[in-house]
Design a protein around this ligand. Structure first.
Ligand code: MF3
Ligand code: CO
Ligand code: CO
Length: 277
């Protein structure tokens, strides 16, 4: 009987801060499609539950149950001591909000849910900012601009483009709407390793940085603030808030560089129906 010989992991000749950048083969890409579909489906599942009165711990429990039922493990559990299946960040919380039974959503809130299932050794990673009931015009503009910024970044991804092109496109959208981009957190390579090289900054100069090659897989996950880009980490060591307490929104997709351009691996059902990318 013929035995499938697992191909060795290939790496780019470029390094990022001395770290090797994996180039994934077709089998790796197929595994990533599956993990990323679980991630997208988790958010599709939880979306209708994001309503006034619900606790963020309840939403986290729904996400955890769904990820486990799909055969995956939430990669965030026991990750550097984190103990939850998702990060849920409300209003001025920029990222890494800890789900809590006492944190109840209220009409007018904007809430980011970020999930990272580990399926058969491969990681998916995606987040969306949801609106609870009717939100302010400012919140609507911020959420819309953040989504637009993510897709402006994705629109730059193709072989030969640079990560500087991605970051510059994101920051230009933010600036155009009068918002700032968070600098203290970035996207990341992803695959068998949850947070791998390269770092994907959400600002930068076009034409600079790592040159994209087919087989690279990374997240793009811009955080836009209504006020300044400055953030601070709370005493719980996770919850990160805007320094000026202004609103913050985030969207995250996991993307693969293909021979001809980009494949977005974490599209929602709605985005797939609209045939985005
Ligand atoms: N999902 C986050 C990201 O986009 C990482 C969360 S790590 C945790 O990279 F430990 F805070 F959950
Ligand atoms: Co990520
Ligand atoms: Co994430």
């Amino acid at each position: 009987m013929k035995q499938a010989i697992p191909s060795a992991q290939r790496y780019s000749l470029q390094t990022d801060n001395g770290k090797k950048i994996p180039l994934h083969d077709e089998a790796g890409l197929a595994s990533m499609r599956a993990a990323c579909r679980v991630a997208a489906d988790t958010l599709d599942m939880v979306a209708p539950h994001v309503k006034a009165g619900v606790s963020t711990a309840h939403l986290d429990a729904l996400c955890e149950a769904f990820m486990r039922a799909a055969g995956s493990i939430p990669a965030t559990i026991d990750y550097h001591g984190y103990q939850h299946a998702s990060c849920i960040s409300v209003n001025h919380v920029v990222t890494h909000g800890i789900p809590s039974a006492t944190k109840l959503l209220r009409a007018g809130d904007i809430v980011n849910i970020d999930v990272s299932p580990l399926l058969r050794g491969w990681h998916g990673d995606t987040s969306r900012t949801f609106q609870v009931g009717a939100v302010s015009i400012l919140a609507q503009r911020l959420v819309g601009a953040t989504y637009e910024a993510l897709f402006a970044g994705i629109g730059q991804v193709r072989p030969g483009a640079t990560l500087g092109d991605v970051g510059a496109a994101i920051a230009a959208v933010a600036r155009g709407h009068g918002f700032s981009t968070v600098r203290d957190f970035c996207g990341h390579g992803i695959g068998r390793v949850f947070h791998d090289a390269p770092q994907v900054l959400h600002y930068g100069r076009a034409g600079t940085g790592i040159v994209l090659e087919p087989g690279m897989i990374f997240t793009i996950e811009p955080m836009l603030n209504a006020g300044s880009h400055h953030v601070k980490v709370s005493s719980d060591k996770w919850t990160t808030v805007t320094k000026d307490h202004s609103l913050s929104a985030q969207f995250e997709h996991t993307v693969a560089v293909t021979n001809s351009g980009v494949e977005v691996l974490t599209l929602s059902a709605d985005e797939r129906n609209k045939a985005f990318c």
